[in-house]
Design a protein. Structure first.
Length: 159
């Protein structure tokens, strides 16, 4: 199923660790953009769902788009919701986007046999079955819980 919320668990942990040096909004946006291709392929009834978007080359291109579109949109949302002028800089935007796209292909490669994540450098999927799908989901959930356990007390201290 495209647009899985499980990818957001590691994103919450990255945000908790990175703080102001990481944008959860841009990370989340990159997750959605990564799964546009599988969604289109599902609606067409294709047998291969994870094509170019789920490769290192595709993740790079989607990361560029995620940062370029996500930075101004995220800054606009922050200005209107937080007030003042919080800004996400270009470095944070690109780091967040690339962490999003590359973590996405790493997580998906464990469970989707139709992927060639290292294309154009190599064919095949050496990550397939590295851990069970259930354990992959638990890892994502645990990452989100740990991220919340770190970030929430930090946010309460700031307030």
């Amino acid at each position: 199923m495209p647009f899985t919320p499980f990818h957001l668990g590691p994103g919450a942990l990255f945000k908790a660790i990175g703080g102001d040096h990481f944008s959860f909004m841009i990370f989340g946006g990159s997750q959605v953009l990564m799964d546009v291709e599988p969604l289109v392929r599902m609606t067409r009834g294709d047998t291969v769902l994870h094509g170019l978007s789920h490769t290192v080359a595709g993740a790079f291109a989607i990361g560029i788009v995620s940062a370029a579109v996500g930075r101004p949109l995220s800054n606009m949302v922050l200005r209107h919701s937080v007030g003042g002028s919080p800004t996400i800089g270009w470095t944070v935007a690109f780091i967040s986007a690339f962490v999003g796209t590359y973590s996405h292909i790493a997580l998906d490669a464990v469970m989707h046999p139709d992927m060639n994540p290292l294309w154009p450098f190599a064919l095949g999927n050496g990550l397939l079955g590295l851990i069970s799908v259930a354990n992959l989901h638990w890892f994502c959930i645990a990452s989100g819980v740990l991220g919340g356990a770190i970030a929430i007390p930090r946010a309460l201290r700031r307030a």
